[in-house]
Ligand binder design. Sequence first.
Ligand SMILES: Cc1cc2nc3c(=O)[nH]c(=O)nc-3n(C[C@H](O)[C@H](O)[C@H](O)COP(=O)(O)O)c2cc1C
Length: 328
Amino acid sequence: MTAISIGSVTLDSNIVLAPMAGVTDMPFRRLVKSFGVGLVVSEMIASLAMVYAARKTLKMSSCCREEQPMSVQIAGYQADIMAQAARLNEQRGAAIIDINMGCPAKKVVNGQSGSALMRDLDHAKSLIKAVVGAVSIPVTLKMRTGWDHETRNAPELAKIAEDCGVMALAVHGRTRCQFYKGSADWDFIATVKDAVSIPVFANGDITSIETAKECLKRSNADGLLIGRGTYGRPWLINQIDHYLSTGTALPDPDMSTQLDCILRHYQSMLDFYGEQGVKIARKHLGWYSKGLFGACEYRSAINQETDGQKVMTLIREFYTPLIERMAA
Ligand SMILES: Cc1cc2nc3c(=O)[nH]c(=O)nc-3n(C[C@H](O)[C@H](O)[C@H](O)COP(=O)(O)O)c2cc1C
């Protein structure tokens, strides 16, 4: 593990779980943390909703003790509202505030938030200044390489952020116009790294030890931010971290350990969301079962079941024969 400091916060490891709306809720963050990760980041929190204390938003931004240090990511376009949202999250236990300048979604950029801010660096600067000035904890910023290929201004935004007191940056190596198409340009991230002296975390398409090594080499980044690679593999970040610091690869947990992890994850989703958790957890159960024998029928069964306890039984019934087969 390579420790890294983000302002006054020291992380045990330089590999971070990327913010993902609909995925990095408290149950998932806590689970990834239990395997080992430098930092977990909340789902994107709409600043305006936070300030109006919308119930769902408050739940999304809540942190628990086991996941500390935790970063809460805020999005928005009004400096005073972003500053208030940052302050509220500091009071509610966030160790770091992350500003979202990377979200490509139409409904976000049409509201001039997320990656739309990369098209107006003066406005971006006023938001950054307001947020940094509002809190005493470190502020970080996540961006894309630019709006489109012709305007890849991430190095410029990075310099502005550093000058305003931002303590670390994460760069997803795609433009806004790429959404998730094509592949992340890790070489371009190196130009952001060259522009600043604060830590830069490279992001995009890191799904294995090999891609992690290659990304670090090409981006020269100080750390990595990993998102979709953790789908169904909450242990992936720990495996990558372990390899990078020791040179030896950890195997995937055995099937019986995976079953324990899935049941633990499922129960914590039911505890966190109540009945709604049954629906919200389906995608995770699908990801865990990807590539396993009989996964199609299993997914179809869990997607129809509305009782959480019965889903737990279906999970056990699906994994137990697989565990037995492995033991035979
Ligand atoms: C389902 C989903 C939700 C996402 N939500 C957020 C978000 O709330 N905030 C953010 O900054 N990025 C968000 N992202 C982008 C990821 O943080 C990351 O930049 C992107 O997925 C590329 O990294 P990866 O290839 O490791 O997944 C999201 C991505 C996905 C797939």
